[in-house]
Design a protein around this ligand. Structure first.
Ligand code: ADP
Length: 490
């Protein structure tokens, strides 16, 4: 099949979280099984030039619209980790993608609306007719409407669109005028059957419009699909999702087992076998080398060589991830005499100041370290060196860190929600139900006792977790089946 992805993230060149990993891992799998795949993303100024191979101009004269103005764009082609990538560079006075960051600007909706229009213009001008146009989250959710409302009437044959909902908490709410600026009729878009926001009827909502206009929809785990159809878990979208549920499926993400491979991971002090079956010898080596990684991690972060478990958390520190529970777990673990590392990226002043004060209190003074940074290398070392990985999320469409933890022999302790439910069970980790301190503390007690009590039982837990297949093979095949679906999608 010929598949074009349009996304705001692609690991490793533009990643802020799981979306970048997912686009990268899925595309690699689709290429591996013989499909033609291209990925279109903005040419952010933060993309390291060294990660782009064969960078060259693909189209020099692409004009696109922003209200009454028309701006010139260059489309570049390049290879990223063997994948074919097209990078859109707008020559726009707002320097839309030269902001030193992927997101976080007050005009984010304008930036990605401009991108969406320019991409559809590019597809049209290039007369590209992929079998499916795969879109990701609100940033690209206006594309199906642009296709249907503007380009189909121009005679551009219909493209089948699939919109994946990676994190429907973020919906791209904006004013109808902003949609008018990219050529859609903003006030007509305010229709309840189009882009009208379900919670604020004066606003348009890009994700909602995507749900209405896309031919196919999916989210990133079967359990989260169920949650999305309930008022509690849908961020106001349950009605429109129920209306469109025939189009909606749930496909559990995979992880890129080449990138997340303890056997070849260049960031580790020493590699260790992760693939089953574990012979006695192989398992001995895994234990020995994982212990060396733990020793190195402890020494790097100034922690002692204790017999107690080393807990860790690698996360964006945003509401979704239960930052207060993460902080509680950190202090609770230390009070028990065990160790804890948090590697967290912060996006608001409040969160930065909250965790900075914990940092001041604990870093360098005992058995806990908080690092407020996005650090790819350190994240790998933490997965490899830790014993227990904390994921107490409030909601979690899929979650990748628990799967990475499982592969690196770091046993996950998670809340029973979304994709965490589809990947963690009593056979490979620890779960708690309600997002409250007491339940998290009990789960920490339980996990910590299990670690200290019975070495054989702990090793069984680790081995079973490491034996699970979270590669993209299964998910890749499910996506191909989905790409082949035709209306009425029954
Ligand atoms: P989300 O996409 O909601 O952030 P996921 O669990 O799906 O959560 O994916 C998180 C990805 O981002 C993982 O690859 C994880 O290792 C990485 N990550 C999260 N926070 C950090 C950080 N502070 N430093 C390095 N990597 C991080």
């Amino acid at each position: 099949m010929d598949i074009i992805h349009v996304a705001s993230e692609l690991a490793p060149v533009a990643k802020t979280g799981g979306l970048g990993d997912v686009v990268h891992g899925l595309c690699k799998e689709l290429v591996r099984v013989g499909h033609t795949v291209r990925i279109i993303l903005p040419k952010y100024d933060t993309i390291p030039r060294s990660l782009l191979q064969n960078l060259q101009v693909h189209m020099r004269d692409l004009w696109s619209y922003d209200g009454p103005n028309c701006y010139h764009n260059t489309v570049w082609s390049a290879k990223v980790d063997g994948l074919d990538v097209l990078l859109l560079e707008p020559h726009h006075p707002g320097y839309l993608f030269s902001r030193g960051a992927v997101y976080g600007c007050p005009d984010d909706t304008d930036r990605f609306l401009y991108f969406s229009r320019a991409v559809t213009e590019f597809l049209f001008k290039s007369n590209l007719k992929p079998d499916v146009l795969h879109l990701h989250d609100w940033q690209t959710a206006a594309i199906p409407a642009l296709q249907k409302e503007i380009y189909e009437p121009l005679g551009y044959s219909p493209l089948k669109t699939l919109l994946t909902l990676h994190n429907p908490e973020h919906q791209g709410k904006c004013s109808p005028e902003q949609l008018s600026k990219i050529g859609l009729r903003g006030y007509e878009c305010l229709d309840s059957g189009k882009f009208r926001d379900p919670l604020n009827p004066a606003l348009t909502n890009l994700l909602k419009g995507g749900i209405v206009y896309a031919d196919l929809l999916n989210t990133v785990s079967p359990s989260y699909k169920k949650e999305l159809l309930e008022p509690k878990g849908s961020f106001g979208l349950e009605e429109i999702l129920l209306e469109n549920q025939k189009k909606l499926s749930g496909i559990l993400n995979g992880i890129d087992e080449d990138f997340w491979n303890p056997e070849t991971d260049p960031y580790l002090k020493v590699p260790f076998p992760a693939h089953t079956p574990f012979t006695k010898e192989k398992w001995k080596l895994t234990k020995k080398n994982k212990a060396l990684n733990k020793k190195e991690l402890r020494s790097q972060l100034g922690l002692s060589d204790s017999k107690k478990p080393l807990f860790a958390c690698v996360s964006r520190l945003v509401e979704q991830k239960s930052p207060l529970l993460i902080a509680h777990a950190f202090e609770y673990v230390l009070a028990k005499g065990a160790q804890c590392i948090i590697l967290g990226s912060t996006y608001t002043k409040e969160m930065l100041s909250f965790f900075s004060s914990l940092q001041e209190k604990y870093n360098g003074k005992g058995e806990g370290v908080i690092l407020l940074d996005y650090n790819e290398e350190l994240s790998h070392r933490i997965y490899a060196g830790s014993d227990i990985l904390l994921v107490p999320s409030l909601f979690e469409p899929c979650g990748l860190t628990q799967m990475i933890g499982l592969r690196y022999g770091s046993v996950p302790l998670v809340r029973k929600t979304g994709g965490l439910l589809d990947t963690v069970s009593n056979r490979n980790g620890f779960l708690f139900e309600n997002p409250v301190k007491e339940e998290l503390s009990s789960a920490i007690d339980f996990a910590s006792d299990a670690f200290e009590a019975d070495g054989d039982r702990w090793e069984e837990l680790m081995q079973y977790g490491m034996s699970l297949d979270f590669s993209w093979k299964k998910a890749g095949a499910e996506y191909v089946d989905l790409y082949k679906k035709r209306p009425p999608f029954s």
